[in-house]
Design a protein around this ligand. Sequence first.
Ligand SMILES: Cc1cc2nc3c(=O)[nH]c(=O)nc-3n(C[C@H](O)[C@H](O)[C@H](O)COP(=O)(O)OP(=O)(O)OC[C@H]3O[C@@H](n4cnc5c(N)ncnc54)[C@H](O)[C@@H]3O)c2cc1C
Length: 391
Amino acid sequence: MRGGYAGPIHLVGEETVQPYERPPLSKAHLEPGGEVAPVPIDGQGLLQTSGIIHYPGLEGSCDRPGRDGAELILSNGLRLAYGRLVLATGASPRRLPMAEGLSGVHYLRSLADAAALRAALARGGDIAVIGAGFIGLEVAAAARAHGCSVTVIEPRDRILARGADPYISGAVARLHRARGVTILVSTGLSALRNEGALVVLSLSDGREMRVDAVIVGIGAVPNTAPAAAAGLAIDDGIAVDKALSTSDPQILAAGDCCSFPLAVYGNRRVRLESWRNARDQAVQAVAILSCASPAPPPVPWFWSDQYDHTLQVAGLVDEGKTHVCRDLGKGAFINFHLSAGGVLVAACGFGPGQYVARDIRLAEMLIARRATPEPDALASAGVKLKSMLVT
Ligand SMILES: Cc1cc2nc3c(=O)[nH]c(=O)nc-3n(C[C@H](O)[C@H](O)[C@H](O)COP(=O)(O)OP(=O)(O)OC[C@H]3O[C@@H](n4cnc5c(N)ncnc54)[C@H](O)[C@@H]3O)c2cc1C
């Protein structure tokens, strides 16, 4: 956690609780019989034992960045001089302006959000999910487990349009429909209002829906305010280079809040909202602060659990021009995406349990190597992906 650094480390966070894992907020925490108990990031209480000074419930902003006497000012007025500063401010749910001020409308980013949402799902009734991204669909699955009647409303022509390929979208949509979820694609929202305890949705096709609760899952925006106020370069998040340095070399940024050049795709600038990227960039930042030169995380990887199925994506699907499908049996499959030159650039897998996990891991290694496997071999479950790593 300290990476060998013996000096003082201050951790400032505006949330009032110890740092916790967010993925369970839309999974285990929402399950019937589960509970919204934080899963601490430092599972073994390392925060206490490592002597890191934690300032919960306080917002930080920079004063005199890039100049002598640069300090972090805390919202209680405390000033902390820093040698190096890491901005890991994350992201916030994108708000739906027409929902402002209404009751019965939920977002999901924090423990408090999960507790409120869980209580709403436990009451049952009709639920509308606005946005068919990963969080919206995980919440839809949890709502069905509570016996709610669920409608997902998505303005694009397919679900998961941002993170997965159309074939995965189709399979995930079939799973949700089989579990009783109504999915409305190519359907926008023209108005929202309260009617007593209900929320009334006016849809772009003229229909009206009355529901007990609405969950808005329309993406996240990076928390760049402290960086922007400090005059740092912003480009879809706090812009950093491959060593996580912002435009002020004293300040690094990591995780959901930053965009960075991804070497495996010719330094295309990306911003990832994924657990593993946040963890890997944290590890990279610690190494950099300890004067090492670690390799940046090589290939993006993301997972989502819905019902008893898992979806995993390695690489960026939109880098692909063609794809081949490998059927793994038991309803599991992986789509391999290849560039025009035949380079494996992404792999998208979906299936029950952990069926796709091993092959996605191997695909990730092939993507990192810019491998050019034979499409026929990729499509054939009889050819082990591991054998392609040896060539
Ligand atoms: C419901 C949910 C489910 C998810 N599920 C998955 C999943 O299945 N798979 C996956 O790969 N990823 C998943 N993710 C994404 C993953 O959790 C994030 O990528 C990860 O949390 C990012 O970590 P971070 O530290 O960059 O940002 P965050 O976790 O957002 O932490 C940033 C912290 O900084 C604080 N902060 C912001 N500004 C300031 C300030 N000025 N001063 C002080 N503190 C500040 C914020 O309050 C927050 O506590 C999920 C996310 C959510 C919300």
